[in-house]
Design a protein around this ligand. Structure first.
Ligand code: URP
Ligand code: ZN
Ligand code: ZN
Ligand code: ZN
Length: 471
């Protein structure tokens, strides 16, 4: 039988191996991995290129309500287009439950925003902001069974934060249903205390964002979240870990037998708090939570990437515009750090940054890159084995990399809806040149050839395979 597509002569990598092979695709799936394959409608020559499972970014914010008058800079069209050009074939945005809203209402709204708009596949996490008895007892069990198998809870942010009693209840639902809970770990009371001090002192420039959310605030909350998971006896994901002290909490919990998946992000590898401490409001561009730390914390995070404290490398793409023509009151360049929306864009630059700084500089090998950027995301959030690997029967999600490509990151050449990149001017080696989603060539040699709407919603399962035995 004739194949739809053969990708020939590349270096193919999975989370376990890399090898020279041809791969054949039919009806959107990998059907053969071999040598000298022939007989296809299309053939792509990947000589000198790396052929990797498509990137999965499991931490992306799109069209998320972010406070009065603040509009996120990406909708599903621009967000998934940017993801696609950055070598991703699947992203996992968050569906935010607003206070008083049922989770179903929130999901209906998100699906309406996403339907027909996507260039990559998408699967949703649920943010639980209002854990009422009916949400916990009725809605969530049905939703988990129906393909929404990961829940995010926040220990910070007014209107979002849950107290420990509420977090315990969500963790218990997770234990009962097999859902995976992701936790944003920062101690809100300590932050509010520091904010009040800074306000009183008139210290309200962007740098105050970093100094009111110090490492101790994250370390304490990380320890607490891990302890709560230990009490309930359930696996947990600690997202956007920024420093070695929080990493130590993860390692200590693992040594006690807690099943914990750790995530870090590009901002903690290549930005520091000094990026928020210049002379002007441009510093607001780097405001995210937790904030970037110092060079020692960067080195610790690199070590966690190399040694396995971290299983996931995600963007935490959370785009706002600095100069927003629609909204002069609440752009990134606000007049008090408390009003700067938290979050930075990065869905298109996540993979090139780790590829260049990690693989090309010899810190990690190709299989580790694949695990951190694709396979582990699929395994943690119930998309494996359909996604996350190059394997017979899996979705043919492929990113072809040119390891020789040299590029300087310029926002003008990116595809997101924000108006800056925190990584402007960064020089990288290696770039994703061709991206294939479920067998459909979407970007070919850097040119968009796919269409909006070809990316589909993909329900998740409750971890038939986990990366730390959570199944
Ligand atoms: O500052 C950040 N990270 N904003 C995105 C929301 C979150 O907490 O992940
Ligand atoms: Zn968060
Ligand atoms: Zn200060
Ligand atoms: Zn986030």
């Amino acid at each position: 039988s004739e194949f739809d597509l053969i990708i020939a002569n590349g270096t193919v990598a999975t989370a376990a191996n890399f090898f020279a092979a041809d791969i054949a695709v039919k009806d959107g799936k990998f059907v053969q991995i071999g040598q000298n394959l022939t007989g296809s409608k299309r053939r792509i020559d990947a000589s000198g290129k790396f052929v990797l499972p498509g990137g999965i970014d499991s931490h992306v914010h799109i069209s998320q309500p972010s406070g009065e008058g603040i509009v996120m800079a990406d909708d599903f069209e621009s967000g998934t287009l940017s993801a696609l050009f950055g070598g991703n074939t699947t992203i996992m945005p968050f569906c935010l439950q607003e206070k008083g809203q049922s989770m179903r209402e929130a999901l209906t709204a998100y699906h309406a925003l996403a339907d027909g708009q996507c260039y990559t596949d998408v699967s949703f996490h649920l943010i639980i902001s209002d854990p009422t008895a009916s949400v916990l007892g009725q809605e969530l069990p049905a939703l988990v069974a129906g393909g929404y198998t990961s829940l995010k809870v926040f220990m910070t942010y007014e209107g979002l934060r849950l107290n420990d009693a509420e977090i315990l209840k969500v963790l218990d639902v997770s234990r009962e249903t097999g859902a995976t809970v992701m936790v944003h770990c920062e101690n809100e009371d300590a932050i509010l205390f520091l904010i009040a001090k800074h306000e009183l002192a008139g210290d309200v420039a962007p740098r105050a964002h970093a100094s009111t959310r110090p490492i101790a605030v994250e370390r304490e909350a990380t320890h607490r979240a891990l302890s709560l998971a230990e009490v309930v006896d359930v696996p947990i994901v600690i997202v956007h870990v920024s420093n070695g002290e929080a990493m130590d909490e993860i390692a200590r919990a693992r040594a006690r037998g807690v099943k914990v998946v750790g995530e870090t992000c590009p901002q903690y590898l290549v930005l520091t708090a000094k990026d928020l401490d210049g002379m002007d409001w441009e510093d607001a561009k780097m405001v995210c939570s937790p904030p970037p730390r110092d060079e020692a914390a960067q080195a610790d995070c690199w070590q966690g990437i190399e040694t396995g404290v971290f299983d996931l490398f995600s963007s935490d793409h959370c785009p706002f515009r600095y100069d927003d023509p629609q909204d002069k009151l609440n752009p990134k360049g606000s007049v008090n750090f408390r009003h700067i929306p938290n979050g930075i864009p990065g869905v298109e630059t996540r993979l090139p940054i780790l590829f260049s700084e990690g693989v090309m500089k010899g810190r990690i090998d190709l299989p580790r890159f694949v695990a951190l950027t694709s396979t582990n995301h699929a395994k943690t959030y119930g998309l494996y084995p359909q996604k996350g690997s190059i394997a017979i029967g899996a979705d043919a999600d492929i990113t072809i990399w040119d390891p020789e490509a040299k590029r300087t990151i310029r926002h003008a050449e990116l595809h997101d809806g924000s108006d800056y990149s925190p990584y402007e001017g960064m020089y990288v080696t290696g770039w994703p040149v061709t991206t294939i989603v479920a067998g459909a060539v979407m970007v070919e040699d850097g040119i968009l050839v796919g269409k909006k709407g070809q990316g589909k919603y993909r329900p998740a399962t409750t971890r038939p395979v986990g990366i730390r035995g959570q199944a």
